[in-house]
Design a protein around this ligand. Structure first.
Ligand code: FES
Length: 103
């Protein structure tokens, strides 16, 4: 695992998602009522930018064709066999950190 500081807490307001590049990956980070969640930012359907989707509760809707994912678990909302990779998030002081797999 490699650890990356990706943003300040104030960079991602509650109810929002933001896209970052960390460790050569595009990562989508969401703030759900103060709890941060990180997913692989590339939609598995056709490569859409998940971070740019509308967030309702803890569900994000991909802006390209509407696939929906639970941002906490990564599960697709209709097809639970489909799971978007999730990454551990920690908050220290004012910084958001994520852990990414290496290799
Ligand atoms: S690319 Fe995300 S729903 Fe199609």
């Amino acid at each position: 695992m490699s650890r990356h500081r990706i943003a300040a807490v104030s960079d991602i307001p509650p109810g929002a998602g933001r896209e970052f590049v960390a460790g050569g990956k595009i990562v989508a980070v969401f703030n759900v009522e103060g709890a941060f969640h990180a997913l692989d930012g590339i939609c598995p359907h056709a490569g859409g930018p998940i971070a740019k989707g509308v967030v309702t509760g803890q569900v994000v809707t991909c802006p390209w064709h509407g696939w929906q994912f639970d941002v906490a678990s990564g599960h697709h909302c209709l097809n639970t066999q489909l799971k978007q990779p999730c990454f551990p998030v920690t908050v220290e002081d004012d910084s958001i950190w994520i852990e990414l797999p290496t290799g």
